[in-house]
Write a protein that binds this ligand. Structure first.
Ligand SMILES: *[C@@H]1O[C@H](CO)[C@@H](O)[C@H](O)[C@H]1NC(C)=O
Ligand SMILES: *[C@@H]1O[C@H](CO)[C@@H](O)[C@H](O)[C@H]1NC(C)=O
Ligand SMILES: *[C@@H]1O[C@H](CO)[C@@H](O)[C@H](O)[C@H]1NC(C)=O
Ligand SMILES: *[C@@H]1O[C@H](CO)[C@@H](O)[C@H](O)[C@H]1NC(C)=O
Length: 510
């Protein structure tokens, strides 16, 4: 998912989409349904008042000048399991002045390394430079608060502007070929119509996709799809807002104690928490531990598991494929990064399949166009039923496009999920949410946690109320002691798979 700038120069001239987008944005806005407008409103972020491009970092948020304090216990003077713990966070700027406005992206977790316990906190923005982190106390013993400034509000203003003004900052290429003639052209959701276009808009879902028409070849000679490059359009001063270890993903120190001792006595606020390294879900589902391969195989017997999405979904395929000795991958001779993949346990009638979602697919791998499938179309091509499991994870490749593009994709998938659940109500549909990642400047531009968070809210809103289950990757990565990685490490994947398997094989049916 990295965004190298090779080739950018070459294609930049034709990517000056600005005038097109101005026009497009207006018409796009007109086209928004009330539902889409509602989704957009639901992710409104506090605006940073009168902050033009900062001339220096002086007045911007500085984690080193920010602190948090655990608020004293309200009654009795002791913390008990079942209570809530609150920490007040005050953000300061580089000159040490308290900030007067909100909009920073602050995350918090409560954890204890010796118990391998951890839970995500809920952070409330008071819009005056202070924030409150609220944690449920779920285990007995020690618990330590950890607060992190992911992005300053000024950085988020930049991310927001880049998102609005440069929706095509990530661009793609396709090779067209017929006989000995070949040409490579630029492709995207939209292109300035300075040259003739090939229109690959999906007739069934309406998902738009365009390439410039090759000069000598016809539109039906397109054979692959891959990442072209990107251009962040950032001013030099703005870049300083995205410095790892300085003002991006930096831990904020406590002004007093950062830990408490919790006495024995659960408010289901977060999706769950870790205890002794194992994810305990809150809100109904009992997560079973599938610690040996035979338990997993037994659970999956007779099932067809369809995994759709990005590389974070591919990790699940790889995990199942590696832990189940009898699940044999059938060699489809596809690219290891893009798939599709298929693995079979003949004796137990288990079939596990993985397929990437459709463009945007930000990969240097040359993705054959014939293998591009929209998830909605795949679902429409499926009978469904009690032995069908559908899982999807669609988020990481959408960070560099306007959120409307993501909304449109999810709404078309939701319609297909509704049709599937109508004709086969016993089909299990599971959604893996997005997660936090390591932040570097490059990743902040393409896949900032803020972009992911905003899309995560849209995802949850779109599928709210449907008979689908979530694997809350956001909380499962945030609450864990392992670093935030776009591809969470195996102990986290194992916990995610345990949640998935607990949906497939709930305790009472086991
Ligand atoms: C930022 O603060 C430093 C030290 O307080 C000061 O020397 C510098 O002039 C300030 N920069 C701007 C642009 O205000
Ligand atoms: C910020 O707002 C919160 C909530 O309204 C309030 O408790 C706090 O005192 C305010 N802080 C400052 C510095 O005004
Ligand atoms: C592309 O094709 C779709 C579907 O046929 C059509 O609705 C849309 O207007 C076309 N767009 C352009 C720019 O030609
Ligand atoms: C708890 O916090 C206090 C004060 O910050 C610190 O001195 C102590 O070492 C912490 N305890 C543990 C076990 O981390």
């Amino acid at each position: 998912l990295s965004c190298h700038t090779e080739m950018t120069e070459k294609y930049f001239s034709i990517l000056v989409c600005k005038f097109f987008f101005k026009h497009q944005k207006k018409s796009l806005h007109h086209q928004l349904s009330p539902e889409e407008r509602h989704l957009l409103n639901s992710i409104a972020w506090p605006e940073t008042p009168h902050v033009p491009v900062p001339v220096s970092l002086n007045t911007t948020s500085d984690p080193a000048h920010s602190t948090f304090t655990i608020l004293p216990v309200r009654a009795g003077g002791q913390w008990h399991v079942g209570d809530e713990l609150e920490a007040l966070i005050q953000i300061g700027d580089f000159q040490g002045h308290p900030k007067q406005y909100g909009g920073d992206l602050v995350i918090a977790r409560l954890h204890d390394p010796t118990l391998s316990a951890g839970v995500a906190g809920r952070v409330v923005d008071h819009l005056n430079g202070s924030y409150t982190a609220v944690f449920p106390l779920l285990w007995e013993g020690r618990a330590q608060v950890e607060v992190t400034l992911v992005h300053s509000s000024e950085a988020i203003t930049v991310l927001h502007r880049v998102d609005r003004e440069h929706p095509a900052r990530q661009f793609f290429l396709s090779l067209f070929q017929s006989g000995s003639v070949s040409e490579t052209v630029v492709c995207n959701f939209c292109l300035p119509p300075t040259q003739p276009l090939c229109n690959y808009t999906d007739l069934h879902t309406g998902e738009p996709w365009f390439c410039y028409k090759p000069k000598k070849l016809s539109c039906d000679t397109r054979i692959n799809h891959y990442k072209g490059g990107c251009n962040y359009n950032l001013k030099a001063k703005e870049v300083t807002l995205f410095q790892s270890g300085v003002n991006m993903k930096v831990i904020i120190q406590a002004s007093g104690p950062s830990n408490v001792t919790v006495l024995s006595t659960v408010k289901p606020e977060p999706a769950g928490y870790y205890y002794q390294g194992a994810w305990q879900a809150l809100g109904g589902t009992t997560v079973r531990q599938f610690s040996d391969s035979s338990a997993i195989s037994q659970c999956l017997t007779g099932k067809v598991v369809n995994l759709y999405g990005d590389s974070t979904m591919r990790q699940w395929f790889e995990y199942l494929n590696s832990v189940l000795p009898d699940l044999k991958e059938f060699n489809l001779r596809s690219d290891r990064r893009t798939g599709p993949f298929m693995a079979v346990d003949m004796a137990r009638s288990i079939l596990v399949k993985y397929r990437f979602h459709s463009p945007p697919i930000v990969t240097w791998s040359k993705f054959p166009t014939n293998e591009l499938r929209y998830v909605a179309n795949e679902l429409d091509g499926m009978v469904g039923g009690p032995n069908t499991v559908v899982v999807f994870s669609i988020w990481a490749h959408f960070g560099t496009f306007p959120v409307e593009v993501y909304m449109r994709r999810l709404l078309s998938i939701r319609r297909a999920v509704l049709r599937l659940l109508d004709r086969a109500p016993e089909t299990l549909v599971v959604i893996r949410t997005g997660n936090l990642r390591t932040m570097t400047f490059m990743f902040a531009m393409t896949n900032s946690d803020w972009y992911s968070l905003q899309r995560d809210k849209v995802l949850r809103a779109v599928f709210k109320g449907l008979n689908v289950r979530l694997v809350d990757a956001w909380d499962m990565v945030l609450a864990h002691h392992l670093p935030h990685e776009i591809h969470p490490r195996p102990p986290i994947i194992k916990n995610m798979i345990d949640v998935l398997l607990s949906y497939i094989c709930p305790k009472n049916k086991a």
